[in-house]
Design a binder for this molecule. Structure first.
Ligand SMILES: [Ca+2]
Length: 416
């Protein structure tokens, strides 16, 4: 009996030992893979930075080449979003026989059919060399991938931090109210109807009002038209509830703290918002829904423009198509885009529309040019490194204002 117990005990200890060392090994392996994946994600970050640096350079080169000017290339989209570099892309490009060098001299399938010994004579030596190098370069374990987005293509939820709700204008809404109307217009679009099921238009306006109140400087609830309604804090009575910040959101996560902001609609729409930059939206890169919300807001502020029905899909298409056309080329001009949009909205000829901006009332509402920009500045990057089943993500936001990438500020950095 004693012997049997001893054997059982010993085998249990042995089993435990094997189990433990197996766990330790797996933890160590996981750590190693995680570190590898992290460095792969960092490689992707650096490649994205190279793409951003080359962005302007490549665009101006393309724009200066008459041969290429007639190609239907939309240069307003950042290269890093049109062609994000990834191991998949590099492998497909270099190793998959899709090398541009092959074109002209001989087609890829022909080159493949030829015997290996004859290959160096076919003029594809460079291709062979590059493919071999690429294969060597890609011989590491794992993959990286990424995506980039121009933050100025989104609506900034921090605009109210620097705007005065009590600002008096001779005509129309002040900018504080105008950006609230723009955000409401965005939410109320037909396309998002399902997201807002059970939420009345009044509730949507209240949520917008609460977002503005969260970041604006004062402590009172500000309704449209300079009306105030008691203390902002009255909406956040629970002791443990964070109170309005009277300052800018540091990230979109903070927006969830605002009364009335619901995950059911805010999360799906989050990609349309930013906390970086100014109020101006890069319409050449923005989503159609963001553009349409801005256009509707602008049109409602300008009495010279015939009233717009938000559901007028044809007009929406016409305005957006017009805008995309004005955005073509290496350096789209804000003034041209604005006057083309005015023309599409039925506001006389393009020549006339530049004048009203000089008059007092129109200056208050600013003309469409005051809503838009074509200069990207803040980019958010999502980078992924993967080794085996281990995946590491990096999310970062960089300010690319300086021409020297070493001076680019990193505004946000998160590894998860
Ligand atoms: Ca307020």
């Amino acid at each position: 009996m004693m012997a049997i117990s001893a054997i059982m005990l010993l085998s249990m200890i042995a089993l435990e030992f094997v189990f433990n060392s197996n766990v330790n090994y797996k933890v160590a392996l996981n750590e190693k893979e995680r570190l590898q994946a992290y460095y792969l994600a960092l490689s992707e970050l650096n490649l994205m930075k190279v793409e951003l640096k080359l962005d302007k350079q490549i665009k101006s080169t393309v724009a200066s080449m008459p041969m290429l000017q007639n190609l239907p290339i939309d240069l307003s989209q950042p290269i890093c979003s049109q062609m994000p570099i990834s191991t998949g892309l590099i492998r497909g490009f270099f190793v998959g026989g899709e090398m541009p060098l092959m074109k002209g001299a001989s087609t890829a399938p022909e080159a493949e059919k030829k015997p290996a010994a004859a290959k160096p004579d076919t003029g594809t030596t460079a291709t062979e060399f590059e493919a071999e190098n690429a294969q060597k370069f890609l011989s590491f374990d794992g993959d990286f991938d990424g995506s980039c987005a121009d933050e100025s293509a989104k609506m900034n939820l921090n605009v109210w931090a620097t705007l005065d709700p009590a600002q008096q204008l001779l005509a129309g809404n002040n900018p504080y109210d105008m950006y609230k109307i723009a955000l409401s217009n965005f939410f109320k679009q037909d396309r998002f109807k399902k997201l807002f099921e059970g939420v009345t238009p009044d509730k949507m306006d209240e949520s917008v009002r609460n977002i503005a109140d969260w970041v604006d400087k004062n402590d009172v609830i500000n309704d449209l038209g300079g009306i105030t309604r008691g203390s902002e804090q009255s909406l956040y009575k629970e002791d443990d509830r964070p109170k309005p910040k009277n300052g800018k959101f540091l990230s979109l996560d903070e927006v969830h703290l605002v009364e009335g902001v619901d995950d059911t609609w805010f999360v799906p729409l989050e990609d349309s918002f930013t906390v970086y930059g100014d109020a101006k939206v890069n319409v050449c890169v923005a989503d159609d829904d963001v553009i349409w919300a801005l256009v509707m807001t602008y049109a409602s502020q300008n009495t010279a423009i015939p009233p717009i029905n938000p559901k007028n899909i044809e007009l929406k298409k016409k305005v957006i198509d017009t805008m995309k056309l004005s955005c073509m080329g290496a350096q789209p001009q804000v003034g041209k885009i604005a006057s083309d949009v005015d023309a599409a909205l039925g506001l006389g000829t393009a020549a006339q529309t530049t004048n009203p901006q000089a008059t007092g009332a129109a200056q208050a509402t600013g003309g469409f040019a005051s809503y838009i920009t074509t200069e990207p500045r803040y980019y958010s990057l999502k980078l992924t490194g993967q080794v085996g089943d281990t995946m590491v993500n990096i999310k970062t936001v960089i300010d690319v204002k300086d021409s020297d990438p070493k001076k680019w500020r990193m505004l946000y950095y998160k590894v998860f």
